[in-house]
Design a protein around this ligand. Structure first.
Ligand SMILES: [Mg+2]
Length: 182
């Protein structure tokens, strides 16, 4: 894959954004990934389907940036160039989700404000010159199956089962980029 022709898609929730911490705080519950043995993807399985109620624009706009976010973005932009980097994020059924996410990006990564793709089926973006960085095993598997490259970031809720220290994760990300580029 030649860097000059490639595209890098970066996920928000679970990669750039601390959605799990945010939703636990909003619902006043402890984070099950730190206080229990629950390790499945989808905190809805613990909090229940009604957890989405009330998660409107302010919730999405005010979520915390993840500890690794700046390093992920910097690494992707260094490798691919800003012109070739995009944010790809799933919407929820909340009407304020998309506008809240755009507000978050405007605050934290204004250079990406017009480079946001809100899409549930990220595999539609896959091609032999595209990379997806995501925390969902399913989304990474679908993206790979559709002809793209996928990088699963370490999180307690996916098959990596843990968040790695930032320097170790970024080192792994760089090695991955080098392994797929010519
Ligand atoms: Mg995600």
């Amino acid at each position: 894959m030649a860097l000059s022709r490639s595209i890098c898609y970066i996920d928000m929730d679970g990669v750039l954004v601390d959605f799990v911490e945010g939703v636990c705080k909003a619902k006043n519950v402890e984070n099950p990934y730190t206080t229990t043995t629950f390790r499945d993807y989808g905190i809805e399985k613990v909090l229940g389907k009604d957890m989405w109620e009330g998660l409107e624009q302010d919730f999405w706009a005010n979520l915390s940036k993840s500890a690794i976010a700046d390093d992920v973005v910097k690494t992707c932009v260094n490798f691919f160039g800003l012109d070739h980097c995009y944010i790809a994020t799933s919407p929820t059924l909340n009407i304020g989700c998309a506008s809240g996410k755009k507000a978050w990006i405007k605050q934290h990564y204004p250079e990406f404000y017009e480079k946001v793709i809100i899409i549930k089926d990220k595999y539609l973006l896959a091609k032999p010159t595209a990379v997806l960085i995501d925390d969902s095993d399913g989304k990474i598997a679908d993206f790979r199956a559709s002809g793209g490259y996928g990088y699963l970031i370490g999180r307690p809720w996916n098959t990596t089962k843990t968040s790695q220290p930032i320097d170790i994760e970024i080192d792994r990300l760089k090695k991955f980029f080098w392994s797929i580029t010519v």
